[in-house]
Design a protein around this ligand. Structure first.
Ligand code: GTP
Ligand code: MG
Length: 252
């Protein structure tokens, strides 16, 4: 669109502007549907895990779709064309989910359970837990493609999933606030303090996992134990069913 500021939209460009707006509205809507799809998957995993292991590895889940304003601002920052196609192809975090887990082992377990689902395509995985960023940032990041089934067929939509522990999340949200307060130019002393805080957060994660292990056995043992318990539950249930469907006990 070649409109200088103050020039009214003419009869030719108005339909074009409307088409562009409708395209972006649709893009945002598709990403909201994709978030809903992945949220359902996470919720199913959570409930199934509770059912099987009597244990919930997920503390909480946050989801968001970028507003049209921030999509356009990021598109400008990245030098993209202001078209739906260019934005769709180059912005992978329009839809985002953040899954916060209790323990480090759970972050890997949850991401693995999600990314191994057949209807999702894994576009990339970054393990900032094994390899933290220089500032101490830790998380698992996955860029996934999820099919969204619309009236005129399926549309592949990209979703960014971040998985981290409570301690990592606490650190990242504080770092984010500081980063924005100083517009990216964080003073040295604060950078040092943040690096130290990241180290303390790491220690907290290790100590909590150790304590958890001491109370319940290691995470693996807990899962095995829970499996054994559910097998025993199954046997008891089978026996009860056999009894109830069998002949009436004598003497009644
Ligand atoms: P963008 O940073 O979104 O352009 O994507 P990228 O390709 O650089 O991916 P990256 O994995 O670096 O970051 C994706 C997202 O992870 C960011 O939008 C943040 O939500 C989060 N993130 C990455 N690095 C940091 C960090 O140093 N601090 C905090 N608080 N969050 C971070
Ligand atoms: Mg980045």
């Amino acid at each position: 669109m070649d409109q200088s500021p103050g020039t009214p939209l003419d009869a030719v460009s108005l339909p074009f502007a409307r088409q562009l707006r409708d395209g972006f509205d649709r893009l945002v809507m598709e990403h909201q549907f994709a978030v809903d799809e992945v949220m359902t998957k996470v919720s199913i995993l959570q409930r199934e895990f509770m059912h099987l292991h009597h244990y919930n590895p997920i503390e909480h889940v946050n989801a968001r779709v970028k507003s049209l304003d921030s999509i356009l601002a990021k598109a400008v920052r990245k030098g993209l064309d202001p078209t739906v196609d260019d934005v769709r192809a180059n912005l992978s975090d329009i839809a985002g989910l953040r899954i916060t887990c209790s323990f480090i082992a759970d972050t890997y377990r949850v991401l693995d359970a999600l990314t191994s689902q057949d209807d999702l395509t894994v576009l990339s995985i970054k393990d900032y837990i094994a390899q933290p960023k220089p500032n101490g940032y830790k998380s698992l990041h996955a860029i996934l493609e999820v099919p969204v089934f619309l009236s005129d067929g399926p549309v592949p939509v990209t979703v960014e999933v971040q998985v981290r522990t409570i301690a990592m999340d606490f650190w990242a949200s504080l770092e984010h606030k500081i980063y924005y307060k100083y517009d990216g130019e964080v003073p040295h002393e604060l950078v040092d303090d943040l690096t130290e805080a990241a180290r303390v957060a790491q220690q907290l994660d290790e100590r909590m996992a150790k304590l958890h292990g001491e109370i319940h056995g290691s995470a693996e043992m807990t899962a095995h134990h829970a499996d054994a318990v559910s097998r025993i539950d199954g046997l008891v249930l089978q026996r009860l069913l056999a009894q109830s469907s069998g002949p009436e006990p004598r003497g009644t």
